[in-house]
Design a protein around this ligand. Sequence first.
Ligand code: 4NP
Length: 174
Amino acid sequence: MARQTASPSHTGASFSSLARVRILFICLGNICRSPTAEAVMRGLVAERGLESEIEVESAGTGDWHVGYPPDERSVVAAAERGVELTGEARQVVRGDFDDFDLLIAMDCQNERDILRLARTDEDREKVRLLRSSADGELDVPDPYYGGEGGFAEVVEIVERCCRALLDEVAPTPR
Ligand code: 4NP
């Protein structure tokens, strides 16, 4: 099947017509929240056998941690829920709008920063908040300067919202 252009759900269009849905999760540093979302979503995708239909990556709006692995506190919190964090941080680039169908922001500041890179309405329609899939227009709280509990909370929020997002974008079984 030929690829089609992604259509944002808030226009009422469906992702199920896409041959492959490419999702980029984005936070500030790409060492805590977005690598967690990437790994959690990858696990859910594998659970449902959708590896060839849904592609998942992550990036950060900032460049401070480029090349670094995920924060050890996120690694531990994710491992406690059976999720392994891998990869190296990278910064989001304008070309990500060409390479992904959905750019999923962890918080409203990330969303504003991504929208500043958008060139067209089509780009802008690809951007949304992770929690909008389950909770409304709320942030995934930044755990970086908080206590250990913040990292476990991130995993819990991310798991719930990734399930809701996957339900929305997954192809309907034939
Ligand atoms: P993340 O967390 O955006 O979830 O990866 C942060 C990582 C680093 C910083 C802030 C948040 N920082 O200020 O360096």
